[in-house]
Ligand binder design. Structure first.
Ligand code: ADP
Ligand code: MG
Length: 343
């Protein structure tokens, strides 16, 4: 059996946003990540990806649910135990401009986690570690006394990666690490992360809003919509056998380089607006925009269930009657629906 490094169980995170309003940012999300793999978490902006990352790291307090890291319950530890545990988990942020203190030198930025955790007694050892980290991410030791604004976006993200690596973590949450970068440097940063993963046996939670970005980098992918995980499987299976209507719509929006396929392809345009997480739809949160919505979707929240080995989905189309021959897409007709209801 593969070893799980992280297990998130029924995680809920609500924000109190005043006037008695509760914003349901993450609503009962469960998934796990195996040691050494990259788990891609994808979904449009505002669906709760960063909140999941931050709650795993304890930057946000959970509302309910559990997070297990190396089979230890992260939220059940003493402060001291948590401090030790968080050495093993680090985060790389989306915006390399905002996440580096503009008044700190590169040396201060990278050595900070080492100092906080009191890793080195001698200044010289600390400096050597900073040099080593800079070189690992493709920067030069001559850069140590410079400030973040003297670097390009790609270089700044390398600095962020060096800082995340400083404590030799096992697990890194990379929250849209390439979304803010020029397309020309995105691949370089992805390749750097891949190399570091190989060399150090790192596990990644790779967050992105764009499915084509996660595809290249992830072993397994989870698709989110409005605070909920709606589908999960390995990268290839997701592209070849998407089950959830939302995943199908996301996939249909990705251009395919082959013009013949591209021309024949049906693009699924989602109707309506993204509902507010303060007042999400009843039942299935996707139903207000789902081309396949049925009566049951309004009343009953679909269960997060494993349909095939390793392929999970939360959608009433895959409840028992549909399980063996799920309808394939929006081309499903009213008559088909009626037949199914009668059956
Ligand atoms: N600290 C916070 N206080 C209130 N609402 C928040 C906070 N952080 C995130 N949210 C809200 O939670 C929802 C999910 O946000 P987020 O996790 O940042 O989404 P994503 O990373 O997928 O873009 C959004 O509606 C966002 O406005
Ligand atoms: Mg985010």
């Amino acid at each position: 059996m593969e070893d799980k490094i992280l297990e998130v169980k029924n995680l809920v995170k609500y924000f109190d946003v005043g006037k008695a309003d509760i914003l349901k940012a993450v609503n009962d999300v469960s998934f796990h990540i195996f040691k050494g793999e990259t788990y891609g978490l994808v979904g449009e902006s505002g669906c709760g990806k960063s909140t999941i990352g931050r709650t795993i790291l304890g930057l946000y307090e959970k509302t309910s649910g559990d997070v297990w890291f190396n089979y230890e319950n992260v939220h059940g530890l003493s402060e001291k135990e948590q401090f030790a545990l968080y050495r093993k988990m680090q985060m790389i942020f989306q915006d390399p401009y905002a996440s580096l203190n503009p008044r700190s030198t590169i040396r201060e930025i990278i050595s900070e986690p080492l100092e906080v955790h009191g890793i080195f007694k001698k200044k010289k050892d600390l400096m050597n570690r900073v040099y080593e980290l800079l070189e690992e991410v493709g920067l030069s030791r001559d850069h140590v006394n410079r400030y973040p604004h003297e670097f390009s976006g790609g270089q700044r993200q390398r600095i962020g990666i060096a800082r995340a690596l400083a404590l030799n973590p096992d697990f890194i949450i990379a929250d849209e690490p390439i979304s803010a970068l020029d397309v020309s440097v995105q691949a370089q940063v992805v390749n750097l992360m891949k190399r570091l993963q190989r060399e150090k046996g790192l596990t990644f939670l790779f967050i992105a809003h764009d499915l084509s970005m996660v595809k290249q980098f992830s072993d397994r992918i989870g698709v989110m919509y409005l605070g909920n995980l709606v589908e999960e499987t390995d990268g290839e299976d997701l592209y070849e056998n998407p089950l959830h209507p939302y995943t199908k719509a996301l996939l249909s929006a990705i251009p395919i380089p082959d013009p013949d396929i591209e021309e024949e392809r049906e693009r699924i345009i989602l109707e309506g607006e993204l509902p507010s997480p303060i007042n999400p739809p009843s039942g299935c949160v996707f139903r207000t925009r789902c081309p396949m919505a049925m009566d049951i979707c309004k009343d009953v929240k679909p269960v997060w269930q494993e349909i095939k080995s390793g392929h999970r989905v939360a959608c009433h189309l895959y409840d028992q009657n549909y399980k063996d021959s799920p309808p394939t897409g929006p081309q499903r007709t009213k008559e088909m629906e009626e037949e199914e209801i009668q059956a």
